[in-house]
Write a protein that binds this ligand. Structure first.
Ligand code: SAM
Length: 230
């Protein structure tokens, strides 16, 4: 993969980026996403943030090899630490990490979100953590997408500022994804149910402690939520 031959996952993230927005891509790795967005003319200015030396150097190298140093500023640092108010960032993308890590990056960098109008987040797992963070921090989900690539299923959440209430069902499954109910969505949650049932069977074989009982009840509740939607 490179910026000109982007993965389907990152292309879908890119499809939500509004024209000419000032973007920060956090955890950018090779900076493929900002390079693609600049090459395709969707944006003209971006920051690419990375907290690990190797990927940071890959981003620097890739941006240089694409001749995009004027447009893409690669910065080393943890989460939103790499941006400041003067950058006037309007859109933040965070892709390819777990939902809880994405939520913790947003939580730690809350102060940096004042000028930000849109968050485009692509958790690999546990998107629910992001929906919970959004509710608690007055961000509203305005769209979602789900896709499969190389046998992995990914969700994308698009947020703008605003209040939001979600039911337990919407928190787990995604308010828009539930409505769209695509084949991939059904596949993801059918697989999850099978996995939860497998865990319940394992739990049935071990000592009947309060902890085990609680875990079983939690899984049974999730199965009921998902079955009620599919
Ligand atoms: N965003 C790219 C994508 O979706 O293909 C790269 C995803 S890669 C799996 C996750 C990247 O996030 C890694 O390069 C990692 O170093 C970086 N990362 C993890 N935690 C971070 C943090 N707190 N701040 C900045 N970057 C972070």
């Amino acid at each position: 993969m490179n910026a000109k031959n982007l993965s389907e996952r990152l292309k879908q993230v890119a499809s939500f980026v509004e024209e000419n927005t000032i973007l920060a891509d956090i955890g950018s790795d090779h900076a493929y996403l900002p390079c693609y967005l600049v090459h395709t003319g969707i944006i003209t200015k971006s920051i690419a943030g990375e907290v690990v030396k190797g990927p940071y150097e890959s981003a620097l190298k890739h941006v240089k090899s694409e001749g995009l140093e004027e447009q893409i500023d690669v910065r080393f640092g943890n989460g939103l630490e790499v941006i400041c108010t003067e950058d006037n960032i309007q859109t933040i993308t965070i892709a390819g990490m777990g939902g809880p890590l994405i939520a913790s990056i947003l939580e730690a960098g809350k102060e940096k979100l004042k000028t930000v109008e849109m968050l485009i987040l692509q958790p690999n797992i546990h998107a629910k953590a992001i929906r919970e963070w959004a509710i608690n921090n007055n961000w509203n989900i305005i769209d979602e997408a789900i896709l499969e690539e190389h046998s992995k299923i990914y969700e994308i959440l698009v947020l703008k500022k605003g209040d939001m209430n979600l039911t337990n069902q919407e928190l787990l499954l995604g308010p828009y994804l539930m409505k769209y109910k695509t084949e991939i969505f059904i596949k993801k949650w059918t697989n999850e149910i099978k996995e939860w049932q497998r865990i319940i069977e394992q739990l049935n074989k071990i000592a009947f402690t309060t902890e085990v009982q609680q875990k079983k009840a939690e899984l049974e509740q999730k199965i009921a939520i998902v079955e009620g939607t599919l």
